[in-house]
Ligand binder design. Structure first.
Ligand code: NBP
Length: 484
């Protein structure tokens, strides 16, 4: 039997994607470096659809109809190159190699170029939604040539998450565009989670709200414009009691957040393309600080841990907890808007840098189901970009829907950031988002002084607001200005 697609790499993600494909009526040829995983998959789920068992890559390639579609789901990094190297001599012109792992987009660009030169298509596909999504419908962000999408697209769209009849899969752009967009998705996810953590921390530290109580608050927030998967599962996690101790589970989980690198890549790429993704970067730094447990324990002893005495005297928050909770909700929403605005802004910058014509409306549509950052907000984001190109907001915060929302949230956002600073509760995402907003809305920034200082110590020159040209002040001479 000739198979529609082959999957090599049958750990949790590959196995679940293979099952998803088979359940959707495709014949799937299976391969794993060690045959044990292939056999385990067939034993447990072989009846879910049509599978072809293969033991070698040559058998896998032989089992496929042409042009061949080969999905690689091995560990990101060197293993992907190793599999590609083994596949190349076995393939024919026009065949498509798909990398559905979390590969770094620059590697995808390199691989795509190499395979293109050999007459092969290479499609880097961002897949979000974890193992559950892979099985039941992930959000899929494919890059690569448009030609390859014509062959591959219908298949990916069929297995993708479905949002009210629309698949959460669409061609993103050439070479590494799919993996880039997935990376930015993960960056936004980092900021989203850190913002939620800050809301939790400040409500507990300042207003004394215990996890189970907050669970109800998050459940309630999930009926507002914050409605999203992450808010929904926050309510679940906060409600969980530890069986062993009877404490809230959250209190027995070590407060050191792990990371696999995609948030860090997003922050680095933001710096490289000159896009200020401060909320995303702060959320990566927050994970790094959380990992410095020993240092934090020493510092907590040196400076006394916990909520600080108020500097300004009474705090308004605990007096009226309901108002405070609503303030925190608005601060979280505003910060969330900023992280999406920063992520999308970064996509515009990356599109210019790498030659991708990214469709932000389409990208927002892919994140509405199947992936971790799925949120009602994405519908509104789509609306903001559903206008003629010349009317598209340069930054999401400038979209009418969001300008109004931010104005509405602003007083609460400032109160919460001020309360956090006053009480010594760290809120890097809330605070940096507010600083980003304030920086964007300022007509003049102190960067003029930075330029003056740079000119003073390094003759780096400056431009003037009142005339064209580049200037330098003779700081160590008579301090006259010369045209540079
Ligand atoms: P892993 O990332 O744990 O990789 C294990 C697979 O890679 C096994 O099939 C293993 O074969 C194979 N492999 C390795 Br390791 N080195 C190999 C080599 N040199 N040649 C051939 N095969 C090799 O699997 P995963 O967690 O299913 O993730 C797969 C990809 O999907 C990764 O890029 C991951 O980042 C991405 N991803 C994961 C998630 C998630 O929730 N887990 C979500 C989204 C994306 P073996 O069985 O013979 O050792």
């Amino acid at each position: 039997m000739s198979a529609d697609i082959g999957v090599t790499g049958l750990a949790v993600m590959g196995a679940n994607l293979a099952r998803n494909l088979a359940r959707n009526g495709y014949t799937v040829a299976l391969h794993n470096r060690s045959a044990a995983k292939t056999d385990a998959l067939l034993a447990a789920h072989g009846e879910e659809g049509e599978f072809v068992r293969t033991e070698t890559l040559a058998e896998l390639v032989d089992a496929l109809e042409r042009p061949r579609r080969l999905l690689i789901m091995v560990k990101a990094g060197a293993p992907v190159d190793a599999v590609i190297d083994d596949l190349i001599p076995l393939l024919d012109e026009g065949d498509i190699i798909i990398d559905g792992g979390n590969s770094f987009f620059e590697e995808t660009r390199r691989r795509e170029e190499r395979l293109r030169e050999q007459g092969l298509h290479f499609v880097g596909v961002g897949v979000s939604g974890g193992e559950e999504g892979a099985l039941n419908g992930p959000s899929i962000m494919p890059g690569g040539s448009q030609e390859s999408y014509r062959t591959l697209g219908p298949m990916l769209e069929k297995i993708a998450a479905d949002y009210h009849g629309e698949p959460c899969c669409a061609w993103i752009g050439t070479d590494g565009a799919g993996h880039y967009v997935k990376m930015v998705h993960n960056g936004i996810e980092y900021a989203d989670m850190q913002g939620i953590g800050e809301a939790f921390d400040i409500m507990r530290s300042v207003a004394g709200m215990e996890p189970a109580v907050q669970s109800g608050v998050f459940r309630e927030w999930n009926t507002t414009d914050l409605a999203s998967y992450l808010i929904e599962i926050t309510a679940e996690v906060l409600d969980q009691e530890d069986e062993e101790t009877g404490h809230p589970l959250i209190d027995v989980i070590v407060d050191s957040a792990g990371q696999k690198g995609t948030g860090r890549w997003t922050a680095i790429s933001g710096l490289e393309v000159g896009s200020p993704v401060s909320a995303i970067a702060e959320s990566v730094f927050a994970r790094s600080v959380s990992s410095q447990r020993e240092l934090r324990q020493q510092t907590a002893k040196a400076f006394s841990s916990g909520v600080q005495e108020t500097v300004t005297g009474e705090f308004a928050v605990a007096d009226d907890r309901e108002d405070f909770v609503e303030d925190v909700r608005k601060a979280l929403y505003a910060s969330k808007l900023v992280s999406y605005a920063q992520g999308l802004d970064m996509l515009i910058a990356a599109g210019e840098e790498f030659g991708w014509d990214l469709d932000l409306k389409s990208i927002a549509s892919l994140w509405r189901a199947g992936c971790i950052i799925r949120a009602d907000l994405l519908d509104t984001i789509m609306k903001a970009y559903d206008v003629a190109p010349e009317q598209r907001p340069r930054n999401l915060l400038l979209a009418e829907e969001f300008t109004e929302a931010l104005n509405e949230c602003l007083p609460a956002w400032r109160r919460v950031v001020a309360a956090a600073a006053t009480h010594g509760v760290p809120t890097p995402v809330f605070s940096s988002s507010l600083a980003y907003y304030d920086s964007l809305r300022r007509e003049r920034l102190p960067a003029a002084l930075t330029q003056g200082l740079r000119d003073y110590f390094g003759a780096h020159t400056y431009q003037r607001v009142d005339k064209e040209g580049v200037f330098h002040t003779l700081w160590s001479g008579d301090r006259s200005e010369v045209s540079s």
